[in-house]
Design a binder for this molecule. Structure first.
Ligand SMILES: Cc1cc2nc3c(=O)[nH]c(=O)nc-3n(C[C@H](O)[C@H](O)[C@H](O)COP(=O)(O)OP(=O)(O)OC[C@H]3O[C@@H](n4cnc5c(N)ncnc54)[C@H](O)[C@@H]3O)c2cc1C
Length: 298
């Protein structure tokens, strides 16, 4: 069977795109290997009507919404390759199956690469997060740490200072602030600690202390860490999609990439990394696909 569209990735972007495409009577398959970026979290915040929802519950409700649309199916498979053959795309999954589709939406998301500091993984998702817009409210007015050893240090510190005025920034042995920035932070009563971190300590996912290699310890109740972001999938590269300077897939307003028939939406385009933004982009890109299909066939 020739699909109208293959959607790769079943996060909010891919799920929302699937809904719009199914409601436009298109034959589609949503491929999802189910390793979302926020897999470590217990609750997701900031999605109106779903504030505080568990990520798995969010997905369950989304799939329930999709159930009644019979031109849509979901394959819980990783797509390992996509090849453009004339006007169509061949999609290969890791169970050895292949599919043919007129259009492809990449909604494959990003993955966070955290600094290699002992203990980070133990607290990540419970008391240590990456985004204050997502989890700042839960940590508001606590004694927080910002762990940042890269060029995002100043930006993240400024943002987190909105949620707590009791802040210590740890650069893990790196010099990431200019003299002026250090002065500014000092004026704001934000302590900068440039010692290398030995380990983070606490219990049951709750951070209590940061210990440095010189033996000094500071007590903290949670915080934010500036990781690096990487594409969760190399399919865009394989297909020859142009990337932005930041490393996102480059698209127009309706998610069209430079490769005709390939669209992208959600985190993978390096838009604002939020569930509601990814869902909105998924909806928009699906509208782009539907209108392109209608224009081709009319
Ligand atoms: C710790 C943490 C907490 C967060 N908390 C919040 C929050 O509270 N509120 C909020 O709004 N945002 C939050 N976010 C951000 C949010 O998770 C992302 O913005 C959102 O998940 C992006 O949606 P997406 O659909 O683009 O990608 P994702 O949700 O990452 O989904 C991508 C999907 O594609 C699948 N996939 C990838 N490659 C393939 C392939 N080749 N074949 C098949 N499937 C594939 C993945 O397995 C995954 O299921 C948080 C992020 C992190 C890291």
């Amino acid at each position: 069977m020739l699909l109208d569209c293959a959607i790769i990735g079943g996060g909010p972007a891919g799920l929302s795109a699937s809904l719009v495409l199914a409601r436009a009577k298109k034959n589609i398959i949503l491929f999802d290997e189910n390793k979302p970026r926020n897999a470590v979290t217990h609750e997701s915040h900031g999605f109106i009507t779903r504030d505080g929802i568990q990520p798995l519950e969010f997905k369950r409700i989304a799939k329930q919404d999709l159930e009644k649309y019979l031109t849509l199916s979901i394959e819980n498979q990783r797509v390992i390759d996509i090849k453009k053959e004339n006007k169509f795309f061949m999609i290969y999954t890791d169970d050895g199956s292949s599919y043919r589709s007129r259009k492809v939406i990449l909604a494959t998301g990003l993955q966070d690469v955290l600094p290699e500091i002992a203990g980070v993984q133990e607290f990540y998702g419970t008391s240590l997060f990456i985004c204050p817009f997502c989890d700042g409210w839960e940590l508001r007015d606590r004694r927080l740490v910002v762990i940042a050893d890269n060029d995002r240090a100043m930006h993240l510190t400024k943002m987190v200072s909105n949620w707590s005025s009791d802040l210590v920034v740890c650069t893990n042995g790196k010099q990431v602030f200019s003299k002026e920035e250090k002065q500014l932070l000092e004026n704001k009563n934000i302590q900068v600690v440039e010692y290398e971190i030995e380990a983070l300590h606490g219990e049951n996912g709750y951070l209590r202390k940061v210990r440095f290699i010189n033996g000094i310890e500071i007590e903290r109740e949670g915080g934010f860490v500036a990781g690096e972001l990487k594409q969760a999938s190399s399919l865009a590269k394989t297909l020859g999609c142009s990337m932005t300077e930041m490393g996102g897939i480059e698209t127009d307003d309706f998610g069209r990439t430079n490769i005709e028939g390939v669209y992208a939406s959600g985190d993978t385009t390096f838009s604002m990394p939020q569930l509601i933004v990814a869902a909105s982009e998924g909806s928009k890109v699906a509208a782009g696909v539907v209108s392109d299909l209608i224009n081709e066939d009319f």
